[in-house]
Design a binder for this molecule. Sequence first.
Ligand SMILES: *Cc1c(COP(=O)(O)O)cnc(C)c1O
Length: 473
Amino acid sequence: MIDALPEKGVPADQILAELRELRAADLPTHGGRLFAYVYDPALDGLDELARAAHALSASVNGLDPTAFPSLLAMENALVAAAAKLLGGDASTVGSVTSGGTESLILAVKAARDAHPSLQNPRLVVPSTAHAAFAKAAHYLRVGLDVVPVRDLRADPAAMAAAIGPETVLVAASAPSYAHGVVDPIPELAAVAAERGVRFHVDACFGGWILPYLRRLGADLPPFDLAVPGVTSISVDLHKYAYAPKGVSILLHRSEELRRPQYFAYADWPGYTMINPVISSTRSGGPIAAALATLRSIGDAGYLDLAASTREAVRILAAAVEATDGVRLYAPPETSVVCLASAGVDLFVLADELAARGWHTQPQMAYRELEPTIHLTVTASVRSTVASFASDLSAAVEAARARGPVELPPLPPLTPEMITPEFIAVLAEGLGLGGGDFSRMAEVNTVLNAAPPALREALLTGFLSLLQRPVQGA
Ligand SMILES: *Cc1c(COP(=O)(O)O)cnc(C)c1O
């Protein structure tokens, strides 16, 4: 237990030593063996540069660009770079946000508030769209129409059929997070434009690598603002731009389209608040770090990183195809490798891969889609990937030897039954009491068997159990 407010201040050396000790329990953010959460270009000196830039601007407040013009200049530079990379022109404008979720919430807000007279504004997305759209719909009280996909891609005819008089926004992914496949953006944008509805491209994940993959010759459809009918696009700089966490960009085709994104309020005794994004006070740290990262890597550098990533994807996908017991679930056309079972328990396999130092992301069954293992591939994987194939086949063998997870019969559960007491007992029973999360197959099997609403209740309960200031109280 850390005492965050000690009676007397603690020496700096000791504090930093304690922080390093805490960090030692985390998964490795470098080394090309963690296939989710982190994006590593494995470039010497980049971390140090980004850290120094972050420190320079950490105390600067993005609330007021007249007080801190440095941040305004940096934000305009980042938006200009994104617009140039993503098919923008002289009328393209944008905002720097804290992440993909914020960019998507703001895209939905701008679309909703462009139609103030609509009683029940609605959003149309394919079922593979990122969960952040559901969060945006929930926060903003916008109806969500989820359209089934066809071969993991949005189906333009089905999406068109879902557009109604109250639809304020249609959205799709380039590519989807779960499977890494690109939706047919030109067809979808045409469908939305024909109905006079805004169309957002969620390129949060791949927006900073797709243009380079296309330059390298990958067979990918156009997906950006150059496509007629695309009205906005989002790209996370803390993903394939390899910037430290906390920066995403939301671009709009025109200033008029961006206007309803802003919030202004003068009806109180303090300063007039004019916020383009959700936060009001904002640290300049992530913005300066992102700018430093982009300028250090440069266009040619990103092309090299994309080439390394593409090669790593090719090697990983070939390893999956060559291994008896698993198979590719989605075409490895971008920077994701997504595999499914061909006779092995996937959740046991994920544990066995983790035991060999490969940290992947299990994905649960969803509607007609089976459970899969997701690998977000970044440039650093290129130098470690050679040993993946043998570890994969060893992990498959070990998973076969362990056998599939057999759950004891569980009582039929409903979300209402998930009380804090129930969660505490379940967590203990599944071996999660001690904070060791290395063997997750049983947990994942329980979650996989649960319908979405129950899964949500179980994980909410579990997170709430973890997030207590005094453990065991
Ligand atoms: C990561 C991601 C998001 C959400 O971004 P955060 O930065 O985690 O908030 C949205 N869409 C896609 C496709 C993503 O991959």
